[in-house]
Design a protein around this ligand. Structure first.
Ligand code: BES
Ligand code: MN
Ligand code: ZN
Length: 498
């Protein structure tokens, strides 16, 4: 779908979208359409339930005079409600609505809204951004779809006074949307297509944007002593990889970077502690954390963020086989700490243990944030509304939570403490890889904390957020890319140019 910005003018025909504020107050654009249709807009408002609240929509299909194919009225609510997120949702909701109506081309009349929480240009840019996010579709494997089953909307024109300013504001958001789309593509791919080697290849394409990409192979990781990560991968015919992406956008290339680390289990069967068959196909998205880190790097490099950032992706496939790790095996991590592997399905933390240790050891970052589809228990605790947030730094935790609220990718903090950590005591090694069932997400986070060595760190458990079974205004069903927008905001708001 193409999104264009044009100088404000009310089109003579076609499909036109216009705003109505709460209490049925017409915007100038809607009022003009009312005049040109001999009062059809006002009549429609009188006979429908449409109030003009945020999210309300009303279609007038070929209204009497004026030559319009369709006039779509969208509710703008009250001024204070018109913030960045509401505008995005409006844009996203509109795309879904126009597709449902079989519309191919539409013009949105973006009237200035003096009472809005935003200026016109940023508000209109958010509208376009939301539209782009919702228009995402992963359809490369559908070979038999008929034309009428495909989304109809090919072109959305946003008519606004000062189109240039709106377009400039949109351009940066569009780069963030590139990152989101890249993550969604990677996470949507099945595990026969995306496995450690091919996911590393995908990350390598970021060199085009100026990201330095290194890929560590099995021998490199053996030399570094990454026995925890390698143990998870040893049952698979697909070799593990560790991807290191560096974006140096700061004025001083030697500034300590921010670091993001993703769990990239390209398929999680559970290993010898094998998962039940029902729903196992979902474990193709167990690389969601890595997918988000890769997409985040694309967003940051795409918009030329003025900051140094490193992104790490620990990539393995967790399979049962004659070479697979067994319950009871003891592995030695790069940190030197030994781990008794009680359950081979608690593999994400083993991957992250070595990736986190390597990250702080090599880069001495300002902070590390890891993202991982780590525990089923977080879905029980928080459902699909919030990711689980854990941190050893209150400042970092608060900034992440605030970025979550600003972007709609919400996180809820859970505790860490010595008492939870005790659950990891082992009879044979420095720790075991699971506690008991109680507080499963917290003990998983405690495990990770043993590998961060006092660096400010946060862990975001996205098991309930990386995939969605229902459409929402800016996130269609499927891979969500949860975290790309949140972390882009974190970087931009609190660290860039500071
Ligand atoms: N990848 C899973 C967690 C998961 C579950 C992600 C559901 C997305 C949806 C993880 O590797 C796992 O298997 N965790 C186990 C840990 C347990 C063995 C301690 C779990 O949550 O059951
Ligand atoms: Mn698992
Ligand atoms: Zn997993």
């Amino acid at each position: 779908m193409k999104i264009e910005f044009a100088e404000y003018a009310v089109p003579k025909g076609g499909v036109v979208v216009a705003g109505v504020m709460d209490d049925k107050v017409l915007t100038p654009g809607a009022a003009e359409l009312d005049r040109r249709t001999g009062g059809a807009v006002a009549r429609a408002l009188k006979s429908a339930r449409f109030q003009g609240r945020n999210g309300d929509r009303l279609d007038l299909v070929s209204p009497g005079d004026g030559g319009y194919d369709r006039i779509v009225l969208v509710g703008l609510g009250k001024g204070k409600d018109r913030d960045a997120l509401k505008m995005q949702d409006l844009g996203g909701g509109l795309v879904a609505h126009l597709n449902a109506g079989g519309v191919a081309r539409a013009t949105v009349l973006a009237d200035p809204m003096p009472d809005s929480a935003l200026q016109t240009a940023p508000a209109v840019a958010r509208l376009g951004y939301g539209a782009r996010l919702r228009a995402y579709r992963f359809d490369k494997y559908r070979t038999k779809e008929k034309e009428e089953q495909k989304p109809s909307l090919a072109e959305l024109t946003i008519a606004v006074a000062g189109a240039k300013a709106a377009e400039d504001a949109f351009r940066l958001l569009d780069r963030v949307a590139d990152g989101v789309a890249f993550t969604r593509d990677l996470v949507s791919e099945p595990a026969n297509v995306i496995y450690p080697e091919t996911l590393a290849d995908a990350a390598r394409t970021l060199t085009e944007l100026g990201v330095e990409v290194e890929v560590l192979g099995v021998h490199d990781m053996q030399r570094l002593g990454m026995g925890a990560l390698l143990g998870v991968g040893q049952g698979s015919a697909r070799e593990p990889r560790l991807v290191v992406m560096q974006w140096r956008g700061a004025a001083n290339r030697a500034d300590a970077p921010l670091a993001f680390v993703g769990k990239g289990v390209t398929f999680d069967t559970g290993g010898i502690s094998i998962k039940p068959a029902a729903g196992m196909e979902e474990m193709k998205w167990d690389m969601g954390g890595a997918g988000t880190v890769i997409g985040l790097m694309k967003a940051l490099a795409g918009r030329k963020a003025k900051i140094n950032v490193v992104g790490l992706a620990g990539l393995v496939e967790n399979m049962p086989s004659g070479t697979a790790q067994r319950p009871g095996d003891v592995v030695k991590s790069m940190s030197g700490q030994t781990i008794e592997v009680i359950n081979t399905d608690a593999e994400g933390r083993l991957v992250l243990a070595d990736a986190l240790w390597y990250c702080q050891d090599r880069f001495k970052p300002k902070f590390m944030v890891d993202l991982a589809t780590l525990t089923g228990a977080i879905v029980i605790a928080l459902g699909h509304e919030n990711a689980g947030l854990f941190a050893n730094s209150d400042e970092l935790a608060e900034r992440i939570a605030a970025s979550g609220r600003a972007t709609g990718e919400r996180c809820w903090r859970l505790p860490l403490s010595e008492a939870y950590d005790k659950a990891l005591a082992s009879e044979i090694a420095d720790m075991k890889n699971v506690g008991d069932r109680a507080g499963g997400s917290i003990t998983a986070a405690q495990f990770l904390q043993r590998f961060v060595n006092d660096v400010p760190w946060a862990h975001i458990d996205i098991a309930g957020m990386a995939w969605t079974k229902k459409d929402s205004p800016t996130v269609p069903k499927g891979a969500t890319a949860f975290g790309v927008q949140l972390l882009n905001h974190l970087v931009q708001e609190y660290y860039e140019g500071k």
